[in-house]
Design a protein around this ligand. Structure first.
Ligand code: NDP
Length: 499
């Protein structure tokens, strides 16, 4: 064991996983080896599956759907399995958190918190499995009764990203299972471990074979093939808007499968002069730095009222300089490593672009050399203009752009000046302003005097090019169902043909 100063353990050799299909583990023929982005040591090896492996997984999911071993169960029995899974997550919380840290680079304390959220997702979905219902029409006349049945959509493909490998998985899987669907998951190749560990926990909880399948590999091969697969009824994709668009094409060119898309964001955080500026600055610092800004709902555009803008930026700068960047196993660490080499290059590229474009750098702006791993200082640019690249594009890193406004109308216009519409936050003590802005800014999630709050009860998803559909909550279960309208005639038929 390589024991680090803070007591955390790195694996001596990478942990090897198989892929999981039809309730059984299968060995790969070829392997992808993941290196910890914080420690530069190999930590996991996962199979590079083939398209044939994917076909086998989709066929298993199809069988498990058609044989009714899952969809045919009473909601109460599906709920019992989801609740046992929540217990399994509780038991294996530290193990799951450790592999999240090793593959993703996020702080251990944060990873543990995320798993608590995942447990809640399974518990909420268990409730939904029992409460899911359709509707009825008792107003069609005495001879006709209308029923609206909700039926599971079938086999779901699920493609997840590397920024919240377990959290994003668990904001979807329990709700998909609650609906009665079966699924094939393709996690981001660099963060596959915890998606595979979930297979173990679901199996222990009593999930029938073939209901949850995991096929590992790259997006270009397995992801693309899953999006194109003619026997997948729905695809839920979370990741970049570019790949989201390619999933739309793949669906159109194959079987017109239904799509759920959660894509990029360039999320505004609006601060009015009457807000508690210290609370707001703390939220802004958190909103851009949490998970090193590799977060689809990161508040990456600060829109602050001009009369307090300089004062606010100075409070914010002082706070951002205090953020502890470091080894994710250190309990004091607030933000860890940048997850992938490509993302590290992208973020540093945007920082260089911001400097070249003439924005004023107030803090950060550099990579941090901690002797190993890849880390970037939380960075704040002011005097950003709408045409700059850092103003418009999703950076997906701890890089914040600050804009100034004079009137609420101007704040709303800046907030909406983006192709995205995932999330927004606003800070004011004035109820009138709060309600006006909340109703006018186009975003799927809104936080008033708070940031990134909420649990699995509320649905998540985006407006505009941030996506289609909603995940989590009751809507997140309904998303994976389709509605059948049933008409039942009572009494004799009025004949069409005269007797
Ligand atoms: P991608 O959109 O490329 O990856 C997300 C998922 O899609 C991964 O599982 C990936 O697999 C898979 N994938 C990649 N290509 C295809 C394809 N052609 N068909 C189907 N699936 C595919 O995001 P990146 O990881 O490359 O990150 C790039 C940018 O995307 C970030 O800078 C950020 O702006 C944005 N992003 C947004 C996220 C969000 O939550 N909204 C999450 C992640 C990224 P694999 O990684 O194994 O190749």
């Amino acid at each position: 064991m390589n024991i680090m100063a803070n007591g955390a353990h790195l694996p001596e050799t990478p942990r090897e996983f198989g892929f999981f299909v039809d309730g059984a583990w299968h060995a790969g023929q070829d392997w992808f080896e993941r290196t910890s982005p914080s420690h530069d040591v190999p930590v996991t090896r996962v199979p590079r599956c083939t398209k044939e492996d994917l076909d086998t997984a989709v066929a298993a999911a199809r069988r498990a759907f058609e044989d009714r071993s899952w969809a045919g169960l009473p909601g109460a029995e599906r709920a019992a399995i989801l609740l046992r899974t929540a217990e399994g997550l509780r038991r294996r919380r530290d193990e799951i958190a450790r592999w999240e840290v090793l593959e993703n680079g996020k702080p251990l304390t944060q990873a543990r918190g995320e798993i608590d959220h995942c447990i809640a997702c399974f518990e909420v979905a268990a409730g939904a499995a029992r409460l899911m219902r359709g509707d009825s029409f008792n107003n069609l006349g005495d001879n006709l009764l209308g029923l609206l049945l909700r039926e599971p959509i079938g086999v779901v493909g699920l493609i997840t990203p590397w920024n919240f490998p377990f959290l994003i998985l668990c904001e979807r899987v329990p709700f998909i299972l609650a609906s009665g669907c079966t699924l094939v998951v393709k996690p981001a190749e660099v963060t596959s471990a915890t998606t595979l560990i979930l297979a173990d926990i679901l199996t222990e909880a009593g999930l029938p074979p073939g209901v949850y399948n995991v096929v590992t590999g790259s997006g270009r091969t397995i992801g693309q093939a899953l999006a194109e697969h003619p026997d997948v009824d729905m695809l839920s994709f979370t990741g970049s808007t570019g790949v989201g668009r390619s999933c739309v094409h793949a669906s159109a060119d194959s079987n017109l499968k239904k799509l759920g898309l959660e894509l990029g964001g360039k999320n505004p955080i609006i601060v009015f002069a009457d807000a508690n500026l210290h609370d707001a600055a703390d939220a802004v610092a958190f909103g851009i730095s949490f998970n090193t800004g590799q977060c689809c709902v990161s508040s990456s555009r600060l829109i602050v009222e001009r009369s307090v803008a300089r004062e606010f930026e100075s409070i914010l700068t002082a706070k951002m300089k205090k953020i502890r960047v470091g080894d994710p196993f250190d309990p004091e660490t607030q933000i860890g490593a940048i997850t992938t080499d490509a993302q590290n290059r992208t973020i540093l590229g945007y920082i260089a672009q911001g400097k070249e474009e003439g924005a004023t750098l107030l803090c950060g702006g550099e990579a941090l050399d901690l002797g190993r791993g890849q880390f970037i200082q939380p960075t704040l640019f002011s005097d950003v203009t709408p045409s700059m690249g850092i103003a418009r594009e999703e950076i997906f890193g701890p890089v914040l752009s600050s804009f100034h406004f004079d009137t609420p109308e101007e704040a709303i216009a800046i907030a909406n000046d983006t192709v995205y519409g995932l999330a927004a936050s606003l800070w004011t003590r004035d109820l009138d302003k709060a309600l006006t802005v909340t109703r006018r800014v186009r975003a799927g999630r809104f936080w008033v005097n708070t940031i990134m709050a909420g649990g699995p009860e509320t649905p998540i998803g985006g407006f505009k090019q941030s996506g289609w559909g909603r995940e989590s909550g009751l809507l997140g279960v309904e998303e994976y169902t389709q509605v059948k309208s049933v008409h039942i005639e009572t009494g004799g038929r009025t004949h069409w043909i005269a007797s």
